[in-house]
Design a protein around this ligand. Structure first.
Ligand SMILES: C[S@@+](CC[C@H](N)C(=O)[O-])C[C@H]1O[C@@H](n2cnc3c(N)ncnc32)[C@H](O)[C@@H]1O
Length: 276
C-alpha cells in the first residue's frame, strides 16, 4: 500500500512539473535562442539590421575617451545589445541607449549590473522620429552603423535632430558602411556614376538581396551607403563643424567583407558653441 502511495506521489509530481514548469522552461529556452551565439567579434541583430560589433574602432574609441561623466548624459543611437553603452556605464557615464528593436534593449537591461542601472535610460523607438529628447541634452552622441538603414531624407532629418539634442560644443560620432565592402562591390560602379552625375541619394540600394544574396538573411529591403563626401554633407547642412570625416579600414571584418581599407566611414562633428 505504501509503495502504491509513493508511486502515486511521484506521478503527481511529474504531472505538476509538466503543467506548471514546462511553459516556463520553454519560454526560457526560447528567450535564450533569440540571442544568437557570439562569434567572437560580432553578434547578429534580431531584426535583420546587420550585427553588433564586439570591439571598438577609432570613432567609438574617441566617443568613449572624450566623454566625461561630469559633462552630462551621452546617447547611443542604434545600440543593439548595448556593447558600447555598457562600456560607457563602466566609465561612470550617464547613458541613454536607443534602439528600434525591443528584444535588443531587453538584453541590455537584463545584462546591466544593478549598480549601473540608475545611470541607464533605455528607449525603444525609431530614430529620429518619436524620440522625445529636450534640446541641448547630451554632451556626445554616437550613431554607429545605423545610417545604412535610413534613406537620405531620414538622414538629413536625423542630422538636424542630433544638432538640437546636443549641448553647444557637443559632438556627434558616426560610423557607416561604405559601398567598398566586398559584398557590395557590384554596386560601386552605380554609386560612383550616380555621385558623379549629381544624382540624389547615390548610395541608395533598393534591392540588396539581388546584389548580395548570401547576405540576405541579415538585411532589410533597403540599404544606403556613404563615402566621406556624401556623409559629411548632411552634417554640414545641419550646422555642424566637421572635425574629421574619412574612410576607416576594418581589418577585424571577415575576409568576405574586407576590401581595400575603405570599408567604413567615420565622422566626428561639433555643434559650435556660439557663446564662445
Ligand atoms: C548594424 S547594427 C549596429 C549596432 C551597433 N551600433 C554597432 O555598431 O555595433 C544597427 C542597429 O541599429 C538599430 N536601428 C536601425 N535603424 C534604427 C532606427 N531608425 N532607430 C533606432 N534604431 C535603429 C538596429 O535595430 C540595430 O540594432
Amino acid at each position: 500500500m505504501q509503495r502504491v502511495f509513493c508511486c502515486l506521489r511521484k506521478i503527481s509530481l511529474i504531472f505538476f512539473c509538466c503543467i506548471f514548469m514546462l511553459p516556463h522552461l520553454m519560454s526560457k529556452a526560447n528567450a535564450i535562442q533569440t540571442v544568437p551565439p557570439n562569434n567572437g567579434m560580432r553578434i547578429p541583430t534580431l531584426n535583420k539590421m546587420g550585427d553588433m560589433l564586439l570591439y571598438l574602432d577609432e570613432i567609438t574609441t574617441a566617443f568613449i575617451d572624450q566623454s566625461d561623466p561630469a559633462r552630462g548624459p551621452i546617447l547611443d543611437v542604434g545600440c543593439a545589445y548595448g556593447y558600447i553603452s555598457s562600456l560607457c556605464l563602466e566609465k561612470e557615464l550617464t547613458v541613454t541607449a536607443l534602439d528600434i528593436e525591443p528584444r535588443h534593449i531587453a538584453v541590455l537591461e537584463e545584462q546591466t549590473l544593478n549598480h549601473h542601472k540608475k545611470r541607464l535610460t533605455t528607449v525603444v523607438n525609431r530614430f529620429p522620429d518619436h524620440t522625445p529628447f529636450e534640446d541641448n541634452t547630451f554632451q556626445h552622441i554616437l550613431v554607429a552603423r545605423v545610417f545604412n538603414f535610413m534613406d537620405d531624407h531620414q538622414t538629413a532629418a536625423a542630422a538636424k535632430k542630433l544638432y538640437q539634442w546636443l549641448k553647444p560644443g557637443g559632438k556627434v560620432f558616426v560610423t557607416v558602411e561604405s559601398p567598398y565592402l566586398k559584398y557590395w562591390l557590384n554596386f560601386v560602379q552605380y554609386f560612383e556614376a550616380r555621385k558623379k552625375a549629381g544624382v540624389e541619394a547615390p548610395g541608395l540600394l533598393t534591392d540588396p538581396h539581388h546584389i548580395a544574396p548570401t547576405r540576405s538573411p541579415y538585411f532589410p529591403d533597403m540599404l544606403n551607403f556613404h563615402d566621406p563626401d556624401t556623409l559629411s554633407q548632411f552634417f554640414i547642412d545641419a550646422g555642424f563643424k566637421i572635425e574629421t570625416c574619412h574612410f576607416i579600414s576594418r581589418p577585424e571584418f571577415p575576409e568576405a567583407l574586407r576590401h581595400d581599407g575603405r570599408e567604413s566611414v567615420g565622422l566626428i562633428a561639433v555643434k559650435p558653441d556660439l557663446m564662445r
